[in-house]
Each structure stands twice: as structure tokens, then as C-alpha cells.
Ligand binder design. Structure first.
Ligand code: AMP
Ligand code: GLY
Length: 416
């Protein structure tokens, strides 16, 4: 079997690694990949990014399965294009990908199917939005409707900052069209969890829960990033929380997917908030999370490629998805300055053998050496019988890695 993975982050390194474990997979291509995927024995990086080029490549190389890492191509309709050409690809159709691609659409979907979510209003005129803000209770959440590379959500503490955000989103158009329409949403206080899942349109099969750490600094301070670390399972996802999630979020989502006749054979990722008033859905993503994937996939006991095939065949109901016992902790090391401006090109060295798994992200191979090439450079996922053990190993491993300006949080997986 030949598999094509699309993307270049730590998530894609974890995907290449998981897919390579299947003995029927003889070759994996990663577009564009990174220094880590380059080092995987079955994998070859290919330097193409556009849907048409990827399609030609997949046809020419007779790719059996394609897995799309990030959301942009899903929202642009890569799944429809590949399917029209007889190729198997994991992901939602363009129509279904609106669950991630348009927050106004996904909130409307949640409302229609009775899925518990924060109260909200949609606006496409700045003046009307600002009038509305005058009578809101604060804090309030403002979201760009479209994709904004993880930067389209701001939590505003008062009217002035909310008004400034409306100005940035709608008038200054900082997200190039994605913020012309906005959502103003009730602020939810609680603990977040990420539930990655797979669906074949008949059932949604949730993975073990996980927890991202979005802010750059310890104690959840500073600006949001793509994610500075993740743990699995999420200690706040008790059986009561998971039951509530199943009943009030997962099940009505499946009903919605079916009633809207969405063609959805792919990943569906639920971002939830566990509050005093119950479990709320914050958002859907149509793809795996980064760095949640690096924490979750290595704990999967079942074969990931077989799971993907089962979803593509519409046979998930017969798939016995099994997990290893224990905990994982993935700590991300970033370039100094991230998520703002940062320098790249520094050599990455490893002083001794790691106990955990190294997943590279913004790192490339240059003449046999690894160099930094992005904001989030790498992650180490460690495992333990307890979360505390997994954390200790991950942090001991981090001390064995060095690059100039290396920064990581010291409290990933610390439970208060
Ligand atoms: P999203 O892109 O919708 O996941 O939002 C990014 C982040 O903003 C989430 O992971 C939360 O941390 C935060 N957030 C989004 N919506 C809310 C909300 N209604 N209340 C509190 N925090 C939120
Ligand atoms: N780590 C959150 C995301 O991938 O959206």
C-alpha cells in the first residue's frame, strides 16, 4: 500500500510514524513533510502543496490512501476532487468541512441539532456589532467566521477592547476576508478538552480524550499558540463528562451529519469546555489536532491504517478500537519569539538517547544536520503508568535536546 500524508508539522510526523507501523504499507509520501518525516524509513518528502499538483501526484503514483493533516485544503475541497478521480482520501467533503471553515455555519448547525454551545449572534455590519457590544456582559468572545490560522478568536474584557477587535476584524480586514462576518459569543469559564474522533457517516468513534495547552507561557499566560503541549487522556474527562459529551454533543452531531446529507468519512475533532453548567461544544475541527495527535496516536493499540480503511469503507461499527493503558505527555519546544517573530536556521542537537518519541515540526534536514525552520520546532511524547511519570520523562528528555533560543513550557500536564 502507498499512503500520502499532506502537511508538514509535528502532527504529520506522528501520522507518518503511525501509518509506517502497518506492514502492508510499503511507501509513505509526505507533502511537504519536515526533517522528521524525512528520517522515517518508509517516507519520502515531496515538495508540492496545491490540490491539482497533489491530485496528479496521487494518480501518477497510484496512491491507495491520502490523509490530509490541516484544514485549508479540506475547506478548499480536496476530498471532492480526489474522490471524483477515484482516489481514496480521509476527510469531509467541502460542504461538510464548513463545520470548521465557517464558525457561523457551525454555530447554526449546533443550534439546529440541539448541541449544547455558548449563546451567540452573527454580524456582518461593524456598526450593528458595536451597538450590540454596548449592552453585553463582559468578558465576551469575538470570532472571525472564516479560517484565520488559529488567530481568529479574541476574548475581550471590556467594551473598548471589543470595539477595537471589531475594527481589526471587520474594517481593517486583518484576516483578509475571514473576519468580514463575525460571531459574538458568550464567554464560558471552565476546562477545555479535545476529543479527536473518526466518522464514516454511520457512527462517530471517539478517541481517548486529550488536553492542549494553547498559551505560550506557564500557567496559561500570554498569547495563544498552535499548542505548546498535550496530554492524553485528559484528567478532567471523567466518565460523567464523557457521558454528557456523548449524549449532548456527539450523538446530535451524527444526526446533523446524516440529516444534512454530508459526505463525511474523516476526522472530526470536538473542542469542548467542561463548565459548572455542564459540557459545551466550542468548535468542530475537520482534522486532527496538533499537538493532540502526537499525544493520542502513540497510545492507540489498534492499527491506525486499518482504522482509516475501515472508515473509508463505512465499516467503523465493526472496528474494535483499542487503546494502551497509561498516559502520554507531549511537550513542544519552540523558537524564541514564537508565536511572534522568530529566527530560524539554528542547529538542533541531541545529547543522548531519548526515552520518549521525538516528533519534529519546524525542523529541516540540511546536509545531514537538523536545523530549526519554524515556530514550533519539535515535540517529545513520553509515556508512563501515571501522568506524573510521563511528564517527568518528557521533561528529562527535553534536557537532552538543544538549539539556540529553545523555549518550552514547564507545566505541561500539571494538574492543579
Ligand atoms: P476556537 O478557534 O473556537 O477553538 O477558539 C480558540 C480558543 O478560544 C478556544 O480553544 C478557547 O480557549 C477560546 N474560546 C473560544 N470560544 C470560547 C468561549 N465561548 N468561551 C471561552 N473561551 C473560548
Ligand atoms: N491544538 C489545537 C488544534 O490543532 O486546533
Amino acid at each position: 500500500m502507498k499512503v500520502l500524508i499532506i502537511g508538514s508539522g509535528g502532527r504529520e510526523h506522528a501520522l507518518v510514524s503511525a501509518v509506517s507501523e502497518n506492514s502492508s504499507v510499503e511507501k509513505v509520501f509526505c507533502a511537504t513533510g519536515n526533517g522528521g518525516t524525512h528520517r522515517e524509513s518508509k517516507c519520502e518528502n515531496i515538495d508540492i502543496t496545491k490540490i491539482d499538483e497533489l491530485l496528479s501526484f496521487a494518480l501518477e503514483h497510484r496512491i491507495d490512501i491520502t490523509i490530509v493533516g490541516s484544514e485549508e485544503l479540506l475547506v478548499q475541497g480536496i476530498v471532492d476532487k480526489f474522490k471524483e478521480n477515484g482516489l481514496k482520501i480521509l476527510g469531509p467533503s467541502q460542504k461538510a468541512a464548513r463545520l470548521e471553515g465557517s464558525k457561523a455555519y457551525s454555530k447554526e448547525f449546533m443550534k439546529k441539532y440541539g448541541i449544547k454551545t455558548a449563546a451567540y449572534e452573527v454580524f456582518d455590519h461593524a456598526e450593528i456589532a458595536i451597538e450590540y457590544l454596548r449592552k453585553c456582559e463582559y468578558p465576551i468572545v469575538i470570532k472571525a467566521d472564516g479560517l484565520a490560522a488559529g488567530k481568529g478568536v479574541v476574548i475581550c474584557e471590556d467594551f473598548t477592547s471589543a470595539k477595537n477587535s471589531i475594527n481589526d476584524f471587520m474594517i481593517l480586514d486583518i484576516f483578509k476576508g475571514s473576519g468580514k462576518k463575525i460571531i459574538i459569543e458568550e464567554f464560558l469559564e471552565g476546562v477545555e478538552a479535545s476529543i479527536l474522533s473518526i466518522t464514516d457517516g454511520n457512527i462517530i468513534l471517539p478517541f481517548i480524550s486529550s488536553k492542549d495547552h494553547k498559551q505560550i507561557f506557564d500557567e496559561n499566560k500570554g498569547p495563544n499558540t498552535g499548542g505548546m503541549g498535550a496530554i492524553a487522556p485528559n484528567p478532567y474527562c471523567t466518565s460523567e463528562v464523557l457521558e454528557e459529551f456523548q449524549k449532548h454533543i456527539l450523538e446530535p452531531t451524527l444526526v446533523g451529519i446524516q440529516e444534512e446529507k454530508m459526505d463525511y468519512k474523516g476526522i472530526i475533532f470536538f473542542g469542548i469546555m467542561i463548565t459548572q453548567k455542564g459540557v459545551y461544544l466550542i468548535e468542530y475541527n475537520a482534522r486532527l489536532g496538533d499537538p493532540e495527535t502526537q499525544a493520542v496516536l502513540p497510545l492507540m493499540k489498534s492499527d491506525f491504517t486499518e482504522l482509516v480503511i475501515s472508515a473509508l469503507e463505512g465499516d467503523l461499527v465493526n472496528f474494535d478500537l483499542k487503546w494502551n493503558a497509561g498516559h502520554s505527555c507531549c511537550v513542544i519546544a519552540a523558537s524564541k519569539g514564537y508565536p511572534g517573530r522568530y529566527d530560524t536556521g539554528f542547529e538542533i542537537s541531541q545529547l543522548s538517547k531519548l526515552q520518549g518519541k521525538l516528533f519534529l515540526a519546524g525542523a529541516k534536514e540540511e546536509k545531514g544536520n537538523l536545523k530549526t525552520a519554524g515556530g514550533r520546532v519539535l515535540g517529545i511524547t513520553a509515556f508512563g503508568d501515571t501522568l506524573e511519570q510521563a511528564r517527568e520523562i518528557a521533561y528529562a528528555d527535553m534536557k537532552k535536546i538543544h538549539f539556540q533560543g529553545m523555549y518550552y513550557r514547564t507545566d505541561i500536564g500539571k494538574v492543579n
